[in-house]
Ligand binder design. Structure first.
Ligand code: GRF
Length: 201
């Protein structure tokens, strides 16, 4: 079984779907991976209680006491992560930029989900930017994490239409529903050693 650690910063709705997809119901049948840790940079992240309720070990390291010393924060966060001996790391609503040193340690086995059709709109406020640009469609992307922010080999993409009258919030909700379908599908394929991209619409 491939051991999967998931990093979150908030509600963890993507984490919940990943854990469910590996542990509950028909989609978990024959799944090649299992969750071994959910960790957060925020001890108050609501997703931590949700993960614990699903029986997944949790850990949190508050990034704030470390100030701008990213490497010191990451050295602390690495302790529970390495103790869990993950084969795959999934960033799921994890809102801290990771240093190249951290990324290199997990290069080739770290995934992230980003709420845009990369390479469009890396960074923040993706839905507002898509609306501002008058895009006819939006979506989300799962990619391997490399040292360059929101870059890296594409592993999955899901498209949604932009509807008349959409706000950033209504578009975000439509994209999030697709994230919850895309990420579990990508993780299952990735854990089986298949790197073909998953494309949904
Ligand atoms: C989602 O939009 C996801 O794309 C981004 O963080 C947001 C919240 O994710 N990475 P979650 O509900 O915490 O999984």
């Amino acid at each position: 079984m491939k051991r999967v650690a998931i990093l979150i910063s908030g509600g963890g709705s993507n984490m919940i779907r990943l854990v469910e997809s590996m542990t509950q119901g028909p989609e978990a049948e024959g799944h090649p991976a299992g969750p071994v840790l959910v960790a957060s940079n925020d001890p108050a992240a609501p997703g931590l209680a949700r993960a614990a309720a699903m029986g997944v070990p949790v850990a949190a390291v508050d990034h704030r006491p470390f100030g701008r010393d990213r490497a010191a924060f990451e050295a602390e966060l690495l302790k529970p992560i390495l103790a869990a001996r993950p084969d795959i790391l999934c960033l799921a609503g994890f809102m801290r930029v990771l240093t190249p040193g951290f990324v290199q340690r997990f290069e080739g086995r770290m995934l992230n989900i980003h709420p845009s059709l990369l390479p469009k709109y890396p960074g923040l406020h993706t839905h507002a930017r898509a609306l501002e640009a008058g895009d006819a469609e939006a979506g989300c992307t799962v990619h391997e994490v490399t040292a360059a922010l929101d870059d890296g080999p594409l592993l999955g993409q899901a498209r949604v239409p932009v509807e008349p009258g959409d706000t950033a919030a209504t578009l975000a909700a439509r994209v999030l529903a697709m994230e919850h379908r895309l990420y579990p599908a990508v993780l299952r394929r990735y854990a089986a050693g298949d790197r073909r991209p998953v494309l949904l619409s």
